[in-house]
Design a protein around this ligand. Structure first.
Ligand code: NAD
Length: 498
């Protein structure tokens, strides 16, 4: 059995713990590797190595950092297919989708290549007689990223290129379910010329996470994952005096108004609900059909859901792969059953789907559940699988009220031909990322990504300008260079004149 180790001090490191976790191939249902789970001693070794590296990396010039970032960009670009295949084998998503994830991560690297411009400070000349004031931003120290299984390359890349460009060192604790992509990324950083210890990969579970949250040499924590863990990370990290941004789960609604082009809207709904088997934090999991559009919409979406080609991620004609683990599949299947029991209509039922030759794979077929109400479990729970619930509403205002009553606020979308309705929607929804005829409104790397309400704890979104702000702190200098002969002007009271 292949064992996936940590990456500490610029090389693979087995660590001290004998605890491991299985890594499955979701398409075959077989275990393909085991990953080492860090002990508290391993956490300490990783953070110490990063703290030592910070002493020199934080002093490196902007040109040095930029050169490494450009080299890293070239390497990730050249190795995209390899990374995508590693992701597909452990996560299950189709390779073309995994390539898309790497591409979105690469865009953050490209954003971080502009760090000399992003870190430019302010300067005010002559704020008082002979006095200038200027500000600049400095790195924090050892920054930690704790990331989910669903984007094993992209979500960490929301964090480490920006943190490292800002002069920090970075310890990544990736999901134990698909840990291998991070190891290739560590090799690529090393090949790009990043000094040892600046980028570390520490595998583990709660023990590793708690060790990182409690370690006195960790300055900041970026987390992406489910809401209960995000809340916990934020509470424990901030209680320990750390800067924390913790992105949580989601229940993303798409509102379809009667004036939306049906074919366009249903195509996009199906892709947004079933792409990556619904295991995207920005997946559409609730369609809100407004007015008479509902029946035609459910019919169109159901036809398209039945036509989705489900198969192993490595097969080029597969459009949707398996879900990540048997436990995830069983949970999703249970929730679909609860929908039927609680009175919803199973327009398309993906339970029991088998893929020939892959009978033990963790497959669930696309599922459409109609007549869902807000009390049902399928509506209240984040299913994180290929399940689209359809809720009916009478007006755009009722749809906005429904979305605003939901505890999550990650992403949302509206399909309409009316600019007036779209504008009312964009202004009225309490959600961080809004799409207008765009089902998955993931911001480009030079904007920041983040939700509202239970989808984000902390006040900074990731990457973009807010990422740079999160990974740095401001310093303001007030300077005077007096003539040596001039009167000092020192006084015991605050200045009262200019
Ligand atoms: P998860 O919360 O189970 O795990 C995320 C990370 O936390 C992993 O590294 C895991 O090892 C660690 N972890 C798990 N349990 C822990 C515990 N008890 N104590 C400390 N650490 C723990 O999430 P997941 O299942 O890997 O990913 C799916 C979730 O992530 C979904 O809820 C999805 O919406 C969310 N997500 C959100 C975003 C976003 O941008 N808001 C993006 C991607 C995924």
């Amino acid at each position: 059995m292949r064992t996936i180790t940590h990456w500490i001090g610029g090389k693979p490191e087995p660590g001290t713990s004998s605890r491991t976790s299985p890594v499955w191939n979701p398409a075959t249902g077989e275990q393909q590797a085991e990953v080492t789970l860090a002990s508290v001693a391993d956490v300490d070794a990783a953070v110490r190595s990063a703290a030592v590296a910070f002493e020199t990396w934080s002093q490196s010039s902007l040109s040095t950092r930029t050169k490494v970032l450009f080299a890293f960009r070239e390497l990730v670009n050249a190795r995209t297919q390899e990374l995508a295949e590693i992701i597909s084998d452990e996560h299950g998503k189709v390779v073309s989708d995994a390539r898309g994830e790497v591409q979105r991560g690469l865009e953050v690297v490209e954003f971080a290549c502009g760090i000399p411009t992003l870190l430019k400070g302010d300067f005010s000349d002559q704020v008082s007689g002979g006095v200038d004031v200027f500000s600049f931003r400095q790195p924090l120290g050892v920054c930690v990223g704790i990331t989910p299984f669903n984007f094993p390359a992209m979500v960490p890349m929301w964090m480490h290129p920006v943190a490292i460009a800002c002069g920090n060192t970075f310890v990544l604790k990736p999901s134990e379910r698909d840990p291998s992509a991070s190891m290739l990324v560590a090799e690529l950083w090393s090949e790009a010329g990043l000094p040892d210890g600046v980028f570390t990969v520490l595998h583990g579970d709660k023990e590793a996470v708690d060790g990182l949250l409690d370690h006195p040499d960790v300055a900041a924590v970026s987390f992406v994952g489910s809401t209960p863990i995000a809340r916990y990370i934020h509470e424990r990290g901030t209680a320990n005096g750390k800067r924390v941004q913790a992105l949580g789960g989601a229940k993303n609604h798409a509102v379809i108004l009667p004036d939306a082009p049906l074919d366009y809207a249903s195509d996009h709904l199906v892709a947004a609900a079933f792409g990556s088997a619904g295991e995207r934090c920005m997946a559409i999991s609730a369609a809100v059909a407004v007015g008479p559009a509902g029946d035609d919409l459910v019919a169109a979406v159901s036809d398209k859901a039945r036509a989705v080609k489900v198969g192993p991620g490595r097969e080029t004609d597969s459009e949707m792969g398996p879900v990540v683990t048997a436990a995830a599949r069983d949970r999703i299947v249970g929730l679909i059953g609860s929908g039927a029991e609680q009175g919803a209509t199973l327009a398309v039922d993906g339970r029991g789907l088998t893929v020939p030759g892959h009978e033990k794979g963790f497959f669930v077929g696309p599922t459409v559940i109609d007549n869902v109400t807000r009390e049902m479990d399928v509506y209240r729970e984040e299913i994180f699988g290929p399940v689209l619930s359809v809720v009916r509403a009478d007006s755009v205002d009722e749809a906005i009220a429904l979305i605003n009553a939901n505890p999550y606020g990650n992403g949302t979308a509206i399909f309409t031909s009316s600019g007036e309705a779209a504008r009312r929607f964009q202004r009225g929804v309490n959600v961080g990322m809004v799409g207008i005829n765009v089902p998955i409104p993931v911001p480009m790397a030079y904007y920041s990504f983040g939700g509202w309400k239970d989808s984000l704890f902390g006040d900074k979104h990731v990457h973009g300008p807010e990422g740079v702000s999160f990974y740095t702190r401001a310093k303001v200098v007030t300077a005077r260079w007096p003539h040596v002969e001039a009167a000092s002007g020192a006084s015991y009271h605050f200045p009262t004149a200019n």
